[in-house]
Design a protein around this ligand. Structure first.
Ligand SMILES: Nc1nc2c(ncn2[C@@H]2O[C@H](COP(=O)(O)OP(=O)(O)OP(=O)(O)O)[C@@H](O)[C@H]2O)c(=O)[nH]1
Ligand SMILES: [Mg+2]
Length: 221
């Protein structure tokens, strides 16, 4: 996704953002809370057939699960549109992540402190691909509250990766998460660009090796 001139001449930009995280972390809820269009959901009922496959520990009253993706849209100001793609949380659907993440600007990893370990695969996935992401800790009713810094340490996050508290049901909270992500992406890009320029200008770059001095023994022969 990219940008094109709008009527006012200011470039119009559209970006794709992923919403990832473990099973039941609140991805579908987040996309539904913020989307200005009726969100596309692909929910299917959890049935007895999934007993033994879907671990409902901590999310016992969950009745449906996403089997493909969630999709929503949010316009920010007059020139920025975010397209939100919620990933399926369950391991058996992870094969779709590569398709969904193609061309994404960045990602929100939703963490549920009742099942924190479930967001490791998402963190791992975005770290390996170098896609900027933030961790949003979804505050479920009755779940223990932790300092975001403690969650950062538990997840062994890079100190630059923002970790913030949120309520995926609240539009304002979700909006704040998306602003944090966009700011983080911009900061990452500025840093990457500065590093590239520094490398190009560095006086410490490996200078070409001087020609070896002639071997006197050879020249005398
Ligand atoms: N109390 C509380 N409940 C939430 C919050 N976010 C989601 N829920 C509830 O948690 C349940 C699971 O949310 P979903 O949005 O379906 O989770 P998901 O990550 O999309 O789940 P999968 O697609 O199956 O991986 C739903 O019943 C939501 O109403 C939250 O911030 N607070
Ligand atoms: Mg879902």
């Amino acid at each position: 996704m990219g940008s094109a001139p709008s009527d006012s001449g200011v470039p119009f930009a559209a970006f794709k953002i992923l919403v990832a995280g473990g099973f039941g972390a609140g991805k579908t809820t987040l996309v539904g809370a913020i989307s200005e269009v009726r969100p596309l959901h692909t929910e299917e009922s959890l049935t007895r057939a999934s007993v033994g496959t879907d671990d409902l520990t901590g999310v016992g009253n969950k009745t449906t699960t996403t089997v493909a993706m969630d999709f929503g849209r949010l316009t920010m100001g007059t020139h920025l549109v975010l397209y939100l793609f919620g990933t399926p949380g369950q391991e058996r659907f992870w094969f779709m992540w590569d398709e969904l993440s193609y061309g994404a600007l960045g990602a929100v990893v939703l963490a549920d402190t009742r099942r924190l370990v479930d967001c490791f695969p998402s963190v791992d996935y975005f770290e390996k691909r170098g896609l900027p992401f933030i961790v949003a800790i979804n505050c479920f009713d009755g779940a223990p509250t932790y300092d975001p810094e403690d969650v950062r340490i538990a997840l062994d996050l890079d100190p630059r990766v923002p970790a913030v508290l949120c309520d995926a049901r609240q539009r304002d909270s979700v909006k704040q998460i998306l602003i944090t992500l966009v700011e983080h992406v911009l900061a990452s890009r500025i840093k990457d660009q500065a590093e590239t320029e520094n490398e190009a200008e560095s006086p410490f770059q490996a200078a070409p090796l001087p020609e070896p001095a002639p071997d006197p023994a050879v020249s005398q022969a």
